[in-house]
Design a protein around this ligand. Sequence first.
Ligand code: PLP
Length: 451
Amino acid sequence: HLPTAELQALDAAHHMHPFTTNNELAAKGARIITRADGVYLTDSEGNHIMDGMAGLWCVNIGYGRGELADVAARQMRELPFYNTFFMTSHAPVIALAAKIAELAPAHLNHVFFAGSGSEANDTNIRMVRTYWTQKGKPSKSIIISRKNAYHGSSVGSGSLGGMTPMHAQGGLPIPDIHHIDQPNWWAEGGSATPEDFGLQRAQELEKAILELGEDRVAAFIAEPIQGAGGVIVPPSTYWPEIQRICDKYEILLIADEVICGFGRTGEWFGSTTVGIKPDIMTIAKGLSSGYQPIGGSIVSDEVAEVMNACEFNHGYTYSGHPVASAVALENLRIMEDESLLDHVRNVAAPALAEMWHGLGDHPMVGETKIVGMMASLALTPDKDSRAKFAADAGTAGYMTRERSFANNLIMRHVYDRMVISPPLIITPEEITEMGKRARTALDESYAQIKE
Ligand code: PLP
């Protein structure tokens, strides 16, 4: 390995980072991560950093599982690549598709693979439009999504997303994507009760369908629990109403399970946690615990029956990549054999909830929210009025993230919400340690803000 300073200089000279102001990074120098084990990362200076984000919400089984490396090496020797385009297939992708169908809700039995969540959501855009065309309703092409949602960075998935800074760059959204408001009671609920607010926000879907025309709306897409938007947990009234509306107007429901899937909410899928019956689920991240890039769309029997009757002119070189498929399958084997969902439900999630809600007594912390192993807290100068910081939105969050990083805990911020999503294998002792570091970060940023 080169010395840290040299790596940082090369990084700044040649590597353009995603979602980063690269000049700012060059001035500071990237922190170089060299190894990882369990829930800990090690940097090039020998610091041990607790990864409260499981990478990017993905390393569900934790770092350092040699079994996955062994499976990858074996698969690379045997069949490193073959495509699935022209009437060919291979054992790893077949086994993985069958396993996913087994784990998914009973009516979802078909998988279209991709290399990432963004690609899978691009697949979904084309799939739902093709589905309605095949059914003789080509005018049904509008997909309704939500403001502040994140569904990926490609032109299609970035359009589904509702993040204005993303739309401002590169001419998004593409035509026939419509965004409604999100069910974020803390920030936008005003004086309504959370239940009334959840209902109001769900009914925006009905209003949009009636305005746009029932015959023009193809699908609604949302995460069961919005992740990158700030772990926004919808009020309990929200999802039942959305399901009712989708059923009433024959709108396909796409659940983006890229974060919520594979144990994050304490079930295999977040759709089960919130009690919905999607027609399509987007998957990625936890499918392979991030050890290999792989994503896909899990498709209902009804949609697959229509799609399978035509040639879908769509696919990626790495759709069903054999190495990624073999690694994903091994990841799922480990999750099942080690009863990881039981660990989440009985051990990790209760301990995380206790620690996280405990931070609620901090003077700067408003609501604390948690579902399974994804959690958020709102930073506020006044808990009672749910006020926002007067400074630029995100400053308090940014400062807290920086103090957290300095205290060797990766915690993310979305404007002035702090979020965590640790590896599912985390122990109660590690959660206690995480709580200490998070509190120190909050104390330090609070002291800075008061100055
Ligand atoms: N959908 C959701 C809900 C996500 O959180 C993400 C990534 O964070 C994506 C889609 C895009 O996945 P990828 O980064 O693998 O393209």
